[in-house]
Write a protein that binds this ligand. Structure first.
Ligand code: S3P
Length: 440
């Protein structure tokens, strides 16, 4: 395990708005007839691409001040076909949720595309159920990948038992049903983030909860716009939680963070590893729990991360694995094959970067394990501490770049990260904020 040596300035920080909620605020504003407003919107490439896409379909967008936008939609039935491809950049959430919504718009034809990373990501997971609802959607890339060619139409009521605990699949089908005034009964195996359900209810709709993991929605849907308040993103806060608990001294308070129960797995996982993180000032805003998170320097040890926790830590596993390098007994993550379907194949990218550091890692189809206790690992840390430069590859993946920047800050190792511009997709200002927490 890596010895701790970083001292933090004790301070209160804020991280940018929640990405999942920012995308959804645009999508529900586009579906609604009339005005909506959002504050705390994440002004990063991913949600701004979603906003630009729906502007091409007829959503009027005006910026009031940083993070605050007013939307005016003619209503879902008056949205129009865009006159160019819709480019979602790096964003799986942007393209998958928008694809569902557009499939249900009777008069809209569109082609949805993205960057080289997005064009490699699996789209069959939405194409198959959408097609079963009667949608016309084709993956023009190899093996059902983007670009996605869609001809919007009236869809049929549908019942789907999702084999994957994925909020992107769930939200895609919900938005398709809502756009098309169709019924949907949906079930999943483990609860994935339920922001779409919360925002849908917040607008005045009802969800029939059949069991904790099965629900039903049906028309008529209430879509008159709303005022959305987006809290800070716990997935962005996670980098600072790991920094805070692994510091030798100093406390960080990360203010105003969304604490949806299906997103707070990082708190549970870090606490299982021995971290002390307090939740302060808890409240509910726009149907979502929100609070501040305070970190304390803690001693971490290896913990069993249960399968039931995986959907709620799926985006945080890279930085949790960095915390695992400092844990007595090492780190192991299993049941996480979904990591292979993210902005990069995060099992491969983490394992290959750990190996570049000289760390022994066992790779599995659904995860990886590293043993931080061997004598060899002590030699590796000593070698790295002597200033040897190690090349780290970010693989077009913001969270890989940020995770290794956290490792560099915590360890002082000389990590040469090939490209950090991907961070702009979710967390503009990350490196400046990180620098401001560290003592000179
Ligand atoms: C998201 C859902 C997750 C997550 C992604 C955002 C969302 O994907 O990884 O970053 O906003 O719905 P899956 O639900 O496909 O796992």
């Amino acid at each position: 395990m890596i010895p701790k040596n970083v001292k933090l300035k004790s301070r209160e920080i804020s991280v940018p708005g929640d990405k999942s909620l920012s995308h959804r605020s645009v999508l529900f504003a586009a579906l609604s007839k009339g005005r909506s407003r959002v504050t705390g919107f994440l002004e990063a490439e991913d949600p701004l691409n979603t906003m630009a896409a729906f502007a091409k379909l007829g959503l009027k967008v005006s910026k009031v001040r940083p993070g605050e936008y007013e939307f005016e939609s003619p209503g879902k039935d008056a949205l129009v076909s865009p006159n160019a491809e819709l480019d979602f950049g790096n964003a799986g959430t942007g393209i998958r949720l928008s694809a569902g919504l557009i499939c249900g718009l009777k008069k809209v034809n569109a082609v949805l595309t993205g960057d080289d990373s997005l064009k490699k990501r699996p789209m069959g997971r939405i194409i198959q159920p959408l097609t079963a609802m009667g949608a016309s959607i084709v993956g023009l890339g190899e093996k059902e990948t983007a670009p996605l060619k869609i001809e919007g139409k009236k869809l049929n009521g549908f019942r789907y038992e999702s084999p994957i605990a994925s909020a992107q699949i769930k939200s895609c089908l919900m938005l398709a049903a809502i756009a098309s005034e169709a019924d949907l009964e949906y079930s999943e195996t483990i609860l994935s983030r339920d922001h779409t359900e919360n925002m849908f209810r917040f607008l005045g709709n009802r969800i029939e909860q059949i069991t904790p993991l099965r629900f039903k929605i049906g028309p008529p849907y209430v879509l008159n716009g709303g005022e959305f308040k987006v809290p800070g993103d716990i997935s962005s806060a996670a980098f600072f939680l790991v920094l805070g608990v692994l510091a030798k001294e100093g406390n960080l308070i990360v203010k105003n963070i969304g604490l949806n129960p299906a997103r707070i797995g990082i708190l549970t996982a870090l606490r299982l590893m021995g971290a002390q993180i307090d939740v302060l000032n808890e409240r509910v805003e726009c149907g979502e729990p929100v609070g501040d998170l305070k970190t304390y320097p803690s001693t971490l040890k290896k913990a069993n991360i249960p399968e039931s926790l995986i959907p709620s830590i799926i985006d945080e596993i890279p930085v949790l694995s960095i915390a695992g390098l400092f844990a007595e007994g090492g780190f192991e993550i299993r049941h996480a094959e979904e990591l292979r379907a993210k902005e990069s194949d995060r099992i491969h990218t983490m394992v290959s970067n750990f190996r570049a550091l000289g760390i022994e890692v066992e790779e599995y189809p659904d995860g990886y394990a590293l043993d931080g206790t061997s004598r060899r690992s002590a030699e590796v840390w000593a070698g790295l501490s002597s200033g040897k430069s190690v090349p780290i590859r970010s693989f077009m993946d913001h969270r890989i770049a940020m995770s290794f920047l956290i490792l560099r800050a915590l360890s002082g190792f000389s990590l040469d990260i090939d490209e950090t511009s991907w961070i702009e997709t979710s967390f503009p200002g990350f490196e400046t904020l990180l620098g401001s927490c560290l003592h000179e």
